[in-house]
Unconditional design. Structure first.
Length: 299
């Protein structure tokens, strides 16, 4: 059963509760922390992006450095992100991107725009990488999001190998790409395999392309060099260290506000020093512009 992971207090009153599951693996692969239903399948959502990037790389996509990081990331739609997505596309028409048009998450950038676009969508790096992989492997580009497409089948094979289990379900992510369900434990095993790949190297070297200015994943990676952090919609988060620690979090109500605090707390309980990011071990609750409570981890 899911368990209580975090609570929200306001002026000494417990206002909300976040239940879910979290699993942490030691570098040896042993389970160092297990809370809740860690063997139940979850949809990793955007936590799947680094593994999709890994498949694109295996298919021959010319990905390296920032381009590989943005393929694995959920960028905030800043101009530097869009420029890189356009470079990834090369001669492939923008119209072949199957992600929906969206406003950028970066508020300053959004204020300068008059309409949403596909390249500003936070998944456009992944989609551009998928198209680049299709071009490199001479696979169809029009149908690259179909679960039966060779690229998506490669994602599944790689993911199952790293996770040590079969995909439990195939769904459609918010950007239109297939998303594959794994147990939270299997997701953590996959992250443990990921941390030794070029994808993880790119994420660690270029965290500003995994998220963006002020994005919590980017900030955590900047504060904890060597750590990869990737969140997904509906309260999912994965963390991995260069030494081989791995954490996977699922908050059952889908609210992401506590996931970073939960993930860092789990990493600390595995013996990893998260003190440079201690300000993210909780989230302040404001009232009238001042702190009147907090989102705090309770497991």
């Amino acid at each position: 059963m899911p368990e209580l992971l975090a609570e929200v207090t306001r002026s000494g009153f417990v206002e909300s509760l976040h239940h879910g599951s979290v699993v942490g693996l030691l570098p040896s692969g042993a389970v160092g922390l297990s809370v809740g239903a860690v063997e139940d399948p979850v949809l990793p959502r955007s936590c799947l992006k680094p593994f999709q990037a890994l498949a694109c790389l295996a298919a021959g996509a010319p990905l390296a450095g920032p381009a590989l990081a943005i393929a694995a990331g959920s960028h905030t739609g800043e101009n530097r992100h869009v420029e890189l997505v356009m470079q990834l596309l090369g001669k492939v028409p923008v119209g072949l991107l199957r992600c929906p048009a969206s406003w950028p998450e970066d508020e300053e950038t959004r204020q300068r725009l008059t309409e949403p676009s596909r390249v500003r969508m936070n998944c456009s790096g992944k989609h551009a990488a998928m198209l680049a992989a299709c071009v490199a492997a001479r696979w169809p580009t029009q149908t690259y999001l179909e679960p039966a497409h060779p690229l998506q089948q490669l994602v599944v094979r790689n993911l199952e190998e790293l996770a040590g289990e079969q995909v439990a379900h195939t769904a459609v992510d918010g950007c239109g790409a297939p998303v594959f369900a794994l147990s939270l434990h299997g997701l953590a095993r996959a992250v443990q395999g990921l941390v030794r790949t070029p994808v993880a190297d790119a994420m660690r070297s270029h965290p500003e392309y995994v998220g963006g200015t002020g994005h919590v994943n980017t900030v955590v990676m900047q504060l904890l060099p060597g750590v990869i952090a990737k969140g997904g919609a509906e309260g999912v988060l994965v963390l991995g260290t260069a030494q081989g620690h791995a954490v996977a979090v699922k908050v059952l109500d889908g609210n992401p506000r506590a996931t970073t605090a939960i993930g860092l707390t789990a990493l600390a309980q595995l013996g990893f020093d998260v003190s440079p990011a201690k300000e993210h071990l909780g989230v302040p609750v404001l009232g009238g512009g001042r702190v009147v409570g907090e989102v705090r981890v309770v497991f």
